[in-house]
Design a protein around this ligand. Structure first.
Ligand SMILES: [Zn+2]
Length: 289
């Protein structure tokens, strides 16, 4: 029986081989199945993610059990990650349910406080064989209940990244480098020099947040420079919802959930495959075997 794996080794291999693993936020069973089918079709490693809001909506156990079924049925390297969590008890709950990776987002606090809060999570996560992702700087935009206005967004300082890893021992880092959550109004303003600098002095895998709507060439460049995980949330939600809207636009009387969930699932699957292509992780599932 294949089980969910920690994202630690998966991302270290991605970093070494210069590709990124697609990390997809899901909100329903169908969305989870869609990204799993994308991974099966392309033989890609996969990170299934949920935000704290979705954990509260569905329950961490329902999500974790569905992800475990996916790992077992497909035999693919699949990790289940908790995205942007600010609170310790939700992290513990998710680890107990079977999550294999968690993000402690203490980026709203000063450096020392961020170190303290990350260390606290590291202690329990490491004991459970669970990977920890932390954030430095502040990624702008809206993610669940976390709102960072444009003028409050703050890019991560490369030297701070090095020091933060030294202090916390964290094995996955999300440095703010100019991307934002949600949909970009214009083009994102990604600081590629900063990615290069951070990747040069830090050897842990780096995470690209705000993957929705970044132009293809810019994603490829960021990955080539050292981003090893790309988070995609908003675009998947839009694809899922639009497919459902189309069904109702054609037949407002439709009342069979399967009739609108099937096209919604298909839309999410197609988009996930597109993102995996940009990440360069297609066919890389075998790297973990
Ligand atoms: Zn994020």
């Amino acid at each position: 029986m294949m089980t969910l794996i920690s994202s630690t080794e998966m991302l270290q291999i991605a970093r070494k081989n210069k590709y990124a693993v697609g990390a997809f936020n899901v909100h329903t069973l169908e969305m989870l199945q869609a990204v799993v089918e994308a991974a099966v079709e392309t033989q890609s490693p996969l990170i299934i993610q949920s935000t704290v809001g979705t954990v509260k909506h569905l329950g961490p156990d329902y999500i974790a059990e569905a992800a475990k079924v996916a790992a077992d049925r497909t035999g693919l390297p699949i990790a289940l990650h908790l995205d942007h969590c600010t609170d310790f008890s939700t992290i513990v709950q998710c680890i107990r349910a079977g999550y294999t990776s968690v993000m402690i987002d203490a980026s709203m606090f000063a450096f020392e406080e961020n170190v303290e809060r990350t260390l606290k999570v590291m202690e329990i996560a490491l004991a459970a064989g669970v990977n920890v992702e932390a954030e430095l700087g502040k990624v702008g935009g809206v993610e669940d209940d976390i709102v960072v206005a444009e003028h409050e967004a703050l890019l991560a300082d490369p030297e701070d990244c090095r020091l933060f890893i030294e202090r916390t021992g964290v094995l996955t880092l999300a440095p703010a480098i100019g991307t934002a959550h949600g949909i970009y109004k214009g083009e994102p303003n990604i600081d590629f020099d900063r990615i290069a600098k951070i990747a040069e002095i830090v050897d842990v895998p780096l995470v690209l947040h705000g993957g929705s709507g970044i132009p293809a060439e810019q994603v490829k460049k960021a990955v080539a420079l050292g981003m090893s995980k790309m988070n995609v949330a908003t675009e998947l939600r839009i694809a899922f919802s639009n497919a459902i809207k189309d069904v109702f636009a054609a037949n407002v009387e439709e009342n069979d959930p399967r009739k609108y969930m099937v096209p919604a699932k298909e839309a999410v699957k197609r988009l996930a495959i597109e993102k995996m292509e940009l990440c360069g992780c297609i066919g890389k599932a075998g790297d973990l075997r």
